[in-house]
Design a protein around this ligand. Structure first.
Ligand code: 6GU
Length: 228
């Protein structure tokens, strides 16, 4: 999978050389390219923003650098998926991550300031499928941190990125429930014993206990998930 990221703070993404995603990039499974939006400006100050029509606080990102960037990155690609992280977008869920992990080419445009000139989203729709995607109901200063979260959630679902695919199955949110609790040695630690059933060797009993734990925690921490 190819992912292009456009940002005025490309060094935010330096961390994506680490860990599993770093390995996936080295092996070629993930072709992740980070770009500086200012590379598509042509004035001496590499200006990416301007004052908003109609007035109001803050600055708006100018459309032309975005259009030039999208033109370049979408060239030769068959309608890429163009994602704009935005608190005004659809909420990103595990199902969103799964869907995006099946795409050939993602372009992620990270806005800053008060946002991007609205015409950029219309223009982007002429090049690919546009998605405005939010991490949740709170405000970040820009799309970079949200893009990082999305890249990690999507990237780890690409076949071969996570070494043992079994570990993708029994996770929080994959079956609509929170994950069961995990324990490792020692069996008693600071007077706290591991639940006995996990030491029993009875695989059916262990599976039943884990399922009960999933349901109990979901009910107590995330009752909203049980409505679906
Ligand atoms: Cl995707 N962007 C920004 N700026 N704030 C957010 C967000 C995205 N998701 C939640 N808050």
């Amino acid at each position: 999978m190819r992912i292009d990221v456009v940002s005025i703070f490309p060094s935010y993404f330096d961390g994506l050389t680490l860990s599993l995603l770093g390995k996936a990039r080295e092996s070629g499974i993930l072709d992740l390219r980070i770009h500086d939006l200012r590379d598509w400006t042509s004035d001496r100050h590499r200006t990416v923003d301007d004052t908003p029509y109609g007035g109001g606080a803050g600055m708006v990102m100018k459309p032309e650098p975005w259009a030039l960037a999208l033109d370049d990155l979408a060239a030769g690609s068959d309608r890429p998926t163009i994602i704009f992280p935005s608190p005004a977008g659809e909420v990103f869920h595990q199902t969103t991550a799964r869907e995006l992990s099946e795409r050939e080419h993602l372009i992620i445009g990270c806005g800053r300031y008060e946002g991007i000139d609205e015409r950029v989203f219309e223009y982007a729709a002429s090049l690919g499928e546009v998605r405005l995607v939010s991490l949740g109901d709170y405000v970040l200063n820009g799309g970079e941190v949200a893009a990082m979260a999305m890249i990690e959630a999507v990237g780890r679902l690409i076949p071969g990125v996570v070494g043992n695919p079994d570990s993708l199955v029994e996770e929080s949110h994959e079956d609509g429930l929170l994950e069961y609790p995990s324990y490792t040695k020692p069996s008693t630690w600071r007077d706290r014993a591991v639940p006995g059933v996990l030491l029993s060797g009875n695989h059916a009993a262990i599976a039943a206990w884990r399922r009960e734990q999933q349901l109990a925690r979901t009910e107590s921490r995330r009752p909203d998930l049980l409505k679906d």
